[in-house]
Design a protein around this ligand. Structure first.
Ligand code: A2H
Length: 256
């Protein structure tokens, strides 16, 4: 990090059913959506973990836009990301952003989406406190098996659904064992969160340490135990799964 642009894989999570609030926000625009699919677009550094997606996170205070990308796709992300994408081949015309609508993160909570490669058929959009509007797309896809931040946040939501104002069913998805490591077993993020006694997404210092440990162990010593590249090391599988997502139109390269 720091030198040159960061390269992410953009993950397209297709909207299957809007939350009630999103429905009323977009109802007047339905004619603009005809024949098109709408995708929440998440930026990830770990495309090989997409089999383990259990939900998608947005920031409740963040303003998102719906952007026309081409004749088939509408992307939901921050305007900042849409501007970057417009210079990377994802817009009607180079450098031009076509915004159809604006929507607050809070209104997206409970929207049902299809997460590419996930073992779960459909998953839900849920709130996360530390989503940065200035990084990636402002949308984070959640893999609690391998991301301590995602695991701690999902645990918060399971423990206090009323406080977070969500339907408990939306968070009722278990982490999926997808990568094995000798040090932390096949659910590295839950294991390290437990070892470090991380109780909540608010435990920022311990979470930063946990993130570092899980990331390194997964990358250097991880083996895939799920999906198309089962048996391969994470280092081998990462570019292959990235290419699979891209060639099937479920992902793309995004830089910033
Ligand atoms: B990663 P870097 Cl399994 N705000 O994807 C907060 N976090 C964001 C974000 C934003 N606006 N945009 C992306 N991210 C997250 C998977 C994953 C990620 C796993 C393990 C570790 C991990 C599933 N979530 O990241 O600051 C996204 O979560 C740990 C580094 O650019 C993205 O990759 O290095 C990562 O942070 C990008 O963070």
């Amino acid at each position: 990090e720091g030198v040159g642009p960061q390269e992410y894989t953009g993950i397209k999570l297709k909207v299957i059913e809007w939350s009630e609030k999103a429905k009323s926000a977009v109802v007047s625009l339905e004619h603009l959506f005809s024949g098109k699919s709408i995708f929440l677009v998440a930026a990830t550094l770990r495309p090989e973990t997409m089999f383990g997606q259990t939900n998608c996170f947005v920031g409740t205070e963040i303003t998102y836009g719906l952007f026309k990308i081409n004749e088939t796709d509408i992307f939901l992300c921050t305007k900042r990301a849409a501007r970057n994408m417009a210079f990377q081949g994802y817009s009607n015309e180079r450098g031009v952003v076509t915004q159809i609508a604006e929507i607050k993160g809070a209104d997206l909570i409970g929207t049902k989406v299809k997460a590419p490669l996930s073992k779960y058929e459909d998953v839900y959009v849920l709130p996360m406190e530390n989503v940065l509007p200035t990084k990636g797309t402002g949308v984070v896809t959640s893999v609690p098996s391998d991301s301590p931040d995602d695991f701690a946040t999902l645990q918060d939501l399971k423990k206090k659904p009323e406080y977070y104002n969500i339907n408990p069913a939306w968070a009722n998805f278990e982490p999926i064992p997808i990568i094995n490591t000798s040090t932390y077993g096949n659910l590295a993020a839950p294991t390290v969160c437990q070892q470090k006694k991380i109780n909540s997404q608010k435990d920022r210092v311990q979470l930063a340490e946990a993130k570092e440990l899980v990331y390194k162990e997964g990358f250097y010593n991880g083996t895939m135990i799920y999906g198309d590249y089962k048996g391969r090391t994470v280092q081998e599988a990462k570019p292959l799964i990235k290419d699979l997502l891209i060639s099937t139109g479920q992902g793309f390269v995004y830089k910033e």
